[in-house]
Design a binder for this molecule. Structure first.
Ligand code: 5RP
Length: 228
């Protein structure tokens, strides 16, 4: 039985194989996306790929990609050929919850500019309905965050301000993250996404709806491509 780490790697290698020389690639964040960046580095070193540029979705992915010899460029108004990233939940329509790694805002900004968003994951991330397993990460500005959390509570959110090492977790953008639960699953993800966008103090939320074009999901039976 393969270990979760190997499953993540298998899915990542499949997605990295879609990258061709000359492409502009969005580089995701997290333990699965890390394997895609490593694989792109390997392909560059071994001469399978040339002239790709990457737009990272976090400081961590930026550092890793540079160390792998991937040329990094700023997002600006670039259109990307492809973005590869992990997810915390994947529903049957390829709608996602993302942001457990804290990079949701940059991920959304980068991945909205990609012609194709390819999601890589192990099968533990598959759900019937979003919110079944994972909390929904919501990035909020630090100023007056208590009042923002009160507004989120009015929308039905229950949860916790993310902490790391006994301190409030701070994103690469200098903001906090509230990990929200809305009962057993999200009532209506599209309506919730709209309401969150209209909530003052909310920078971004981890609902990625209608964005993913493809997923590679690895299990002990191999890697499944969705859609098949
Ligand atoms: C980071 C993310 C990650 O893609 C998501 O948390 C999955 O991470 P991992 O591959 O480590 O399970 O959204 O903000």
């Amino acid at each position: 039985m393969p270990h979760r780490k190997e499953l993540k790697q298998e899915a990542a290698v499949r997605a990295a194989a879609l990258v061709e020389s000359g492409m502009r690639v969005g580089l995701g964040t997290g333990s699965t996306a890390k394997y895609a960046i490593l694989e792109l580095g390997r392909r560059l070193r071994e001469g399978e790929l040339t002239d790709i540029v990457g737009v990272p979705t976090s400081d961590a992915s930026d550092t890793l990609a540079r160390a792998q010899g991937i040329e990094i460029v700023e997002l600006g108004t670039l259109e990307l050929d492809l973005a590869i990233d992990g997810a915390d939940e994947i529903d049957p329509n390829l709608d996602l919850i993302k942001g457990l790694g804290g990079a949701l805002t940059r991920e959304k900004l980068v991945e909205l500019r990609a012609k194709r968003l390819v999601i890589i994951a192990d099968d533990a991330k598959l759900v019937t309905r979003l919110g079944e397993k994972a909390a929904l990460p919501i990035e909020v500005v630090r100023f007056g965050f208590e009042s923002t959390l009160a507004r989120l509570a009015d929308l039905g959110a229950r949860g916790t301000l993310r902490e790391q090492g006994g301190q409030a977790y701070v994103t690469d953008n200098g903001n906090y993250i509230f990990d929200a639960r809305f009962g057993d699953a999200l009532p209506d993800a599209a309506t919730l996404a709209e309401r969150l966008k209209l909530t003052p103090g909310v920078v971004e939320h981890g609902l990625f709806l209608g964005m993913a074009t493809q997923a590679f999901v690895a299990s002990s039976e191999g890697v499944r491509e969705i859609p098949a």
